[in-house]
Design a protein around this ligand. Structure first.
Ligand code: F6R
Length: 653
């Protein structure tokens, strides 16, 4: 099907969600596609075809994709019947420098760029994308993994092909060349090559043979086409092109599109025409820029009063002591008859799930289990059709979480999502769910998504508790408490000077221990994860009482121990654990309530937190721990927003 630049049919993708009228939109409409359970890259793709010089457009797009995590970058242009490719290991700035920082003679109006996160072959200049065929006439950029690349490579080697990289992607370029040389046009050559491929891809191909088009294809790795006026874009995510156009066509798995400057024609891999709709992205440019903060992470930490408010806006009905979640309305029957809820997720989202377990069991009285998605997907879990599986994911693209979703679904369970990225694969494949509406999270270390996930878990809990018999009176008390959280977070965020001073004092520590109990045990895990990720200091989170079963051996006068000790039902127990640390000269940094008058006698530092209902405490208690890790990283001079070895969206297994 063709999507001409005029006469577009717009589908306001996020408009309803923006006004919180619905949560996940018609998730069923996406079912029926074949989604491979394969590993993907987290690389980035940008391409331009039109009248302008594409070099600055591509470099800008690559910069906007940097948040995804990558280790090399490259650009390719087709102009004057020749293919130019430049690529560099390291950051996009290295590539820009290599191109002469704006004074480049490289120019053309058909080009593409890529940020690569190495899987096959070391992260160096040679293995960076774009790759090309034996004649250097066809260029390709590729997110994903060609799993049968070795057998294809062996066959091509026998035919005389010579390869200059270690990548699976180069093999695909040669395979396309071999199909092209059999008399096929470029799009047919790409489709035929892809039909031999086992694996995943979001890819873009261009060639001097047909210098007026891109061929793009998707299977298991996101790809969209930005629709302009006499120009078109391709990208792996909308943030790369949103400064140029908000009108996009999302490719689905198994689709191939031929993109010229005025036209988009989409087919299946078997050449059957596909009707596509142009949708509108509501992402604001200011949302993906730093807005005056030194780092995205600091911006995102400071956005939390607003993002938590957004998560509850239009959903929390304080006067009724209840919650309305459009994306779960049709699922209430299943949720209420569920024998148990199984939460599965990775990393920070898994920590949110652990807090959710406390909320759902203690408040809504529903048996709940939490499991790492990477374990769930392979252990052949015993599931029932009356189990509800709740997937939590900021990106909605995490490979293990997606595989867990498909595993649970395959076993007949209802699958629901708590997701940030609108229209992401997990959102689309879930039976229903709730968007957290935190806006784009660019810093690799997750902050605002965590507190929004917890807020949504609190909302789901209150909704289920009321449906299972909690009185309106009690519901109102909890709803008021949830509504008060954004102001309390705002209050905590004013305390940066104290936290900065603590970070300065401990910036050279080799290890950190984080302790908490009950719903604050996951906060200890999350605090430790934040510190590890961005400051590279070894940190462990432990349930405070477990310390004496091993980690206590580590404690001496050099060990900073962060203890989350709110005045709740187990306060005295945590105080006993603090005494155990103190007796061994550990350096205690306590996260404690403002009205706690005893704690100052026991802790070297006390970071004060307003009181709240115990199970909502993690939403407040994590804030100083995010700030502590941020200021530690700044003090140590690490790359806060793009820590080494980490990627924002872990779409690789
Ligand atoms: C930690 C972090 C990761 C993610 C994890 C899951 O700061 O960002 O641990 O939480 O990779 O990602 P999502 O939530 O996108 O599924």
């Amino acid at each position: 099907m063709t999507c001409p630049a005029d006469g577009r049919a717009f589908f306001l993708l996020d408009l309803m969600a923006l006004f919180h009228l619905v949560d996940f939109q018609t998730p069923y409409e996406y079912l029926g596609h074949q989604h491979p359970q394969k590993a993907l890259h987290m690389c980035g793709i940008i391409g331009y075809i039109g009248q302008k010089n594409c070099v600055p457009i591509i470099l800008e797009g690559l910069r906007r994709l940097e948040y995804r995590g990558y280790d090399s970058a490259g650009i390719a242009l087709v102009s004057k019947d020749s293919l130019s490719v430049e690529k560099k290991a390291g950051k996009v700035s290295e590539l820009a420098k290599h191109l002469g920082n704006g004074s480049s003679t490289l120019s053309g109006s058909l080009g593409m760029g890529h940020t690569r996160w190495a899987t096959h072959g070391a992260p160096n200049d040679v293995n960076a994308h774009p790759d090309w065929d034996a004649q250097k006439k066809i260029a390709i950029i590729h997110n994903g993994i060609i799993e049968n690349y070795l057998s294809i490579k062996t066959k091509l080697l026998r035919e005389g092909h010579v390869f200059h990289t270690d990548t699976d992607t180069e093999v695909l370029a040669h395979l396309i060349q071999s199909m092209y040389e059999r008399g096929n046009d470029l799009s047919t050559a790409v489709r035929l090559a892809l039909s031999e491929v086992d694996g995943t891809y979001g890819l873009v191909v261009m060639s001097v043979h047909e210098p007026d088009k891109f061929i793009v294809a998707r299977k298991g790795s996101p790809l969209l086409i930005g629709v302009g006026d006499g120009e078109n874009y391709v990208a792996s995510d909308a943030s790369a092109i949103v400064s140029h156009t908000r009108h996009v066509v999302y490719l689905e798995d198994g689709e191939v599109a031929v993109v010229t400057k005025d036209n988009i024609e989409t087919t299946t891999i078997d050449a059957l025409k596909v009707h596509k709709t142009v949708e509108e992205v509501t992402l604001e440019l200011s949302q993906i820029e730093r807005g005056g903060y030194d780092h995205f992470m600091l911006k995102e930490i400071n956005e939390q009063p607003e993002t938590i408010r957004n998560a509850m806006r239009g959903r929390l009905l304080v006067d009724e002591g209840n919650v309305k979640l459009g994306g779960l309305q049709n699922m209430m029957g299943r949720l209420l008859s569920a024998r148990r809820i199984v939460i599965t997720a990775c990393g920070t989202s898994w920590h949110a799930g652990l807090v959710g377990e406390y909320m759902l069991e203690q408040i809504a009285k529903i048996p709940t289990e939490v499991e790492y998605a990477s374990e769930f997907r392979y252990r052949n879990p015993l599931m029932n059709i009356d189990d509800v599986v709740l997937l939590i994911s900021q990106s909605g693209e995490t490979a293990d979480t997606l595989a867990a979703l498909r595993e649970a679904k395959g076993k007949g369970s209802t699958v629901l999502g708590i997701v940030n990225v609108v229209g992401s694969t997990i959102a689309r494949e879930s039976d229903g769910g709730v968007y957290i509406h935190a806006g784009p999270e660019i810093g690799v270390a997750s902050t605002k998504a965590f507190t929004s996930q917890l807020t949504v878990l609190a909302l789901i809990t209150l909704m289920l508790a009321r449906a299972r018999g909690m009185s309106q009176e009690d519901g109102i008390v909890l709803a008021k408490e949830i509504a008060s959280l954004p102001d309390k977070v705002q209050h905590i965020l004013k305390n940066t000077d104290q936290i900065k001073a603590i970070a300065e004092k401990y910036k050279n520590a080799k290890n950190f221990l984080y302790l908490g109990r009950g719903a604050n045990f996951p906060v200890a895990l999350e605090g430790a994860l934040k510190l590890k990720e961005i400051s590279y200091i070894h940190a462990e989170g432990y349930p405070a009482a477990e310390m004496k079963h091993g980690p206590i051996a580590l404690i001496d006068e050099n060990m900073p121990v962060v203890v989350i000790v709110p005045r709740d039902g187990i306060y005295d127990k945590v105080i006993s654990n603090i005494q155990e640390v103190k007796a061994r000269k550990g350096r205690i940094i306590a996260i404690a309530n403002e009205d706690d008058t005893e704690i100052a006698n026991m802790a070297e530092h006390v970071i004060r937190i307003p009181r709240t209902y115990g199970f909502f405490g993690p939403i407040l208690n994590i804030i100083p721990l995010q700030l502590l890790s941020y200021y530690m990283a700044v003090a140590r001079g690490t790359n806060v927003d793009q820590p080494r070895n980490l990627a924002k969206s872990v779409t690789v297994e």
